[in-house]
Write a new protein. Structure first.
Lengths: 270, 293
C-alpha cells in the first residue's frame, strides 16, 4: 500500500488513539492526586501508593493472583504446546477433527458459561470422588489452565506451521528419535513463541474475574475480585495507584515480548 | 517417520491424549453437566439441585426452560445482550476500521510501534479499563467536572448507569480485538490492485469502496465475530456501567447463580445462551482455524 495518510485518516487515527489512551491516562494522573476524592485534583502526592502497599487485603490478594497465574501459565504452556504440536504435526489420528473443535471451545465460549460449567463439574466431582474438597486456588488453576492452553496452542501452532521443517526431517533421516528432535531442534526454534504464550496465559489468569469468581471457594480471593468489590463500593485512589503499577508492568512485559518476536522474525527470515 | 519404535508410539500417544483428555474432562464434561442440571429442580442442600436419576427413573423436566419463557425479564435480557452487542460491534468497526487502515498506510517505521499501541490496552487489565470509565462518566466524574468548569453545562449530565455507558464500555473494551484482524487482512492487500484501479481512472475514495473494502471483508467478519460473541456474555460492563434497565443475559446468569443461588435456572440460561450463539461461534471457529490445512 502507498505510504500516504490522508488528513481525514490521520484525524481518525488520532481520535482513535485518544479514545484508547484517554481513560488510561486519567487513571494514571489521578493516582498521583492528593485528594481522597478520586475525581477532584488537589495537588501531586504519592500517598496512595504508600497506602496501597500497607493495605494487607490487596497485598494478600495480589500474592494469591500471582501464585495462581504462575501455576496456570506453566500448566497452560505445557498442555498448550502439546496441543499446538499435535495439531500441526500429527495429521492423522482417531478423533483429530473433534480435538481441533474442542481446542477452540474455550476460546469462543462466553466466560460466564465457562465459569459456571467448571464450577458444576467441581461440585459433581466432590460428590463422586471427594475431590476437590472445597474450592480455592487449585480449582481456579485448573480453570485457568483450560482457558490458557487454548490461547497458547494458537500461538504455538502458528509458529510451528510457519517454520521450515527440513531441519526436523533431516534430524529424523539421520536417525534421531522423534522426542529428541523435539527437544533439541523444535523447542529451541519455538522458544520465543513459548515465552509469548506463557506471558499471554499469565496475563489471562492474572486479569480474570468471572471464571475465578465461579470456581473459587472461601479460601481464595484474587486481586480482580478485590478490585471489583471495591469499585462496586465506589472509586478509591488506592485502586488508581494499583492500576498504574499494573499498567507499567504490562507495558514492560509487552515491550520485552515485542522485542522477542522481532528477534525471531529476523532469525526465521520470514 | 516409518521407523517408529514402540517407545516412540507410546510417547506420541501420550502427547495426544494428555491435552485431549484434559479438554474432554474440563471442557466437554462440564458442558454436559450444565445441560443435565438445567433439567433438574432447585433443591435445599448441597448440591442445591435434584439428581437426574432417582428411584431408578430419569427425573428430567423442562420446567426451567418454561420458566425462562414465562418471565419477560429473560426475554428482555437476551434481546438486550444481542442488541447491545450488535450496536457495539458496529461501533468498534466504525472506530477500528480507520485505525487499522491508518496503521497499514502509515510509514513502515511507525507501523510496529502503532500496532503495539493498539495491543497494549488489550493486554492490560479489563477490569481497570472499565473502572477508568466509571471515574470519567459518573455524576461528579471527570467529564461532568470538565463540562461544568468550562461553563457548557450547569447540572451534571447522567452519563453512567444507562445504555450510553454500556455502549461506551463495550466499544472501548473490545476495540483492540477488532483492530487486529482488520489490520491482518488490510496488510496483505496487494498495492498493485489500487494502482491498477487508479490507472483505470478510479478516484481514491471510489477505489477504497470498490477495491479495498470488499477485499477486507474477511477481516471485517472475523473482527466482528471476535468482539460480538464475548460481548453477548459480558457481565462486568453491564454491572459497573449499566443501570437496572440495561440488563444483559451475562449479568442475569451471574445474579441467578450468586444472588438467587438457583443453579438449575442459571444452567438453563447458559444453555439457551449457547444455542443463540452456536452459529456465530461456529463461524468464529472457522476463522480461528482457517490457516490449518
Amino acid at each position: 500500500m502507498s505510504n500516504r495518510l490522508s488528513p481525514f485518516l490521520a484525524v481518525m487515527m488520532a481520535l482513535g488513539f485518544a479514545f484508547l489512551y484517554g481513560p488510561i491516562a486519567s487513571v494514571i494522573v489521578y493516582s498521583f492526586n492528593a485528594s481522597r476524592l478520586v475525581t477532584v485534583w488537589a495537588g501531586f502526592s504519592v500517598r496512595w501508593y504508600g497506602e496501597l502497599f500497607a493495605n494487607e487485603q490487596i497485598m494478600r490478594a495480589a500474592l494469591t493472583s500471582f501464585e495462581i497465574a504462575l501455576m496456570s501459565a506453566t500448566g497452560a504452556l505445557i498442555l498448550g504446546t502439546a496441543t499446538g504440536f499435535v495439531l500441526s504435526r500429527y495429521r492423522r489420528f482417531i478423533g483429530r477433527y473433534f480435538f481441533g473443535a474442542l481446542v477452540t471451545g474455550p476460546l469462543v465460549m462466553p466466560e460466564v458459561i465457562t465459569g459456571l460449567s467448571l464450577l458444576l463439574l467441581f461440585v459433581a466431582m466432590e460428590q463422586l470422588f471427594g475431590w476437590p474438597r472445597g474450592r480455592g486456588i487449585s480449582t481456579i488453576v485448573i480453570a485457568h489452565i483450560t482457558l490458557g492452553m487454548a490461547y497458547v496452542s494458537v500461538v504455538i501452532e502458528a509458529r510451528l506451521s510457519a517454520f521450515d521443517r527440513s531441519l526436523e526431517e533431516a534430524a529424523l533421516d539421520l536417525g534421531a528419535r522423534p522426542w529428541k528432535v523435539f527437544a533439541v531442534i523444535t523447542l529451541p526454534l519455538i522458544a520465543p513463541a513459548l515465552v509469548a504464550g506463557w506471558l499471554l496465559a499469565f496475563t489471562l489468569s492474572f486479569d480474570d474475574l468471572v471464571i475465578a469468581s465461579f470456581t473459587t471457594g472461601p479460601s481464595a480471593t484474587t486481586l480482580p475480585m478485590v478490585i471489583f468489590s471495591s469499585v462496586r463500593l465506589g472509586l478509591s485512589p488506592q485502586i488508581n495507584a494499583l492500576a498504574t503499577i499494573l499498567l507499567v508492568v504490562v507495558a514492560a512485559f509487552i515491550l520485552i515480548s515485542a522485542r522477542l518476536v522481532a528477534r525471531t522474525r529476523r532469525s526465521a527470515g520470514s | 517417520m516409518n521407523t517408529l519404535t514402540r517407545g516412540d508410539r507410546w510417547r506420541r500417544r501420550a502427547v495426544i491424549w494428555l491435552p485431549y483428555g484434559w479438554l474432554l474432562l474440563f471442557f466437554l464434561v462440564p458442558c454436559l453437566i450444565v445441560l443435565k442440571i438445567s433439567l433438574a429442580d432447585q433443591a435445599m442442600g448441597i448440591p442445591p439441585y435434584t439428581p437426574l436419576i432417582a428411584d431408578g427413573q430419569i427425573q428430567a423436566s423442562i420446567a426451567n426452560y418454561q420458566f425462562l419463557t414465562s418471565d419477560s425479564l429473560y426475554f428482555f435480557a437476551y434481546g438486550n445482550a444481542l442488541l447491545f452487542s450488535a450496536g457495539a460491534t458496529l461501533g468498534c468497526l466504525l472506530i477500528g476500521y480507520p485505525l487499522a487502515y491508518g496503521i497499514v498506510r502509515a510509514p513502515l517505521a511507525w507501523r510496529n510501534a502503532l500496532l503495539l499501541l493498539v495491543i497494549l490496552p488489550f493486554w492490560s487489565s479489563f477490569l481497570i479499563r472499565v473502572y477508568a470509565w466509571v471515574g470519567l462518566l459518573k455524576g461528579n466524574g471527570l467529564v461532568n467536572n470538565f463540562l461544568i468548569n468550562i461553563g457548557l453545562i450547569h447540572e451534571p449530565l447522567a452519563l453512567i448507569n444507562n445504555a450510553f455507558a454500556v455502549y461506551v464500555g463495550l466499544i472501548y473494551s473490545y476495540l483492540p480485538y477488532m483492530v487486529l484482524p482488520l489490520y491482518a487482512t488490510l496488510e496483505k492487500l496487494d498495492p498493485a490492485l489500487l494502482e491498477a484501479a487508479s490507472d483505470l481512472g478510479c478516484r481514491p475514495a471510489q477505489a477504497f469502496w470498490r477495491v479495498t473494502f470488499p477485499l477486507s471483508w474477511p477481516g471485517v467478519v472475523a473482527g466482528s465475530l471476535l468482539v460480538f460473541i464475548p460481548m453477548c456474555g459480558e457481565f462486568i460492563i453491564p454491572d459497573l456501567l449499566g443501570g437496572p434497565d440495561n440488563l444483559m443475559i451475562g449479568k442475569v446468569l451471574w445474579d441467578e447463580f450468586f444472588n438467587n443461588r438457583d443453579w438449575p435456572v442459571a444452567s438453563a440460561v447458559a444453555v439457551v445462551m449457547l444455542v443463540l450463539l452456536v452459529v456465530p461461534m461456529g463461524f468464529l471457529r472457522r476463522f480461528l482455524t482457517s490457516d490449518r490445512a
